[in-house]
Design a protein around this ligand. Sequence first.
Ligand code: SME
Length: 162
Amino acid sequence: MRIEIEKHGSKPDMYRSMCLSLNQLIDERGDTVANLANASALINMYLDDISWVGFYLMKDGGLTLGPFQGKVAVTRIEIGDGVCGTAAAGMRTVRVDDVHTCDNHITCDIASSSEIVVPMIKEGDLVGVLDIDSPLPARFDEEDERGLEDAVSVLIRLCPLR
Ligand code: SME
């Protein structure tokens, strides 16, 4: 499999390239875990200065650890708990510039400084979240938020997530 990683240009250009690559990579008739494993690897190849990228998927009323790249992580997060559970409860993207000042943050890696969590909503239902951590403070801005929401839209469209 050959995927071209286009990282030059503006941040929106980079995210457009990432979405095109996701379109090539995701096998619509393929297995969800296999597709999300490749998606986490692809996002890891595109984004600089991140320490963890992966998915938590809705299972039995909570978020269960799914495919990811990075250090070991907490396996279950209740809705409302942590940054992931907050994004899930509100069904909206949450960006945290400094996790050390965030009361509702679950620490998986003490080197993590900032975080973004994008909910995955399919036909009105929450199916999971995309979570990305960075060792840099305020690593994620509005362009990252838009770009990652676009990437999640591609995944929602192509993956049979329920
Ligand atoms: N920090 C997350 C927990 C998951 S790890 O970052 C991989 C949270 O507060 O929900």
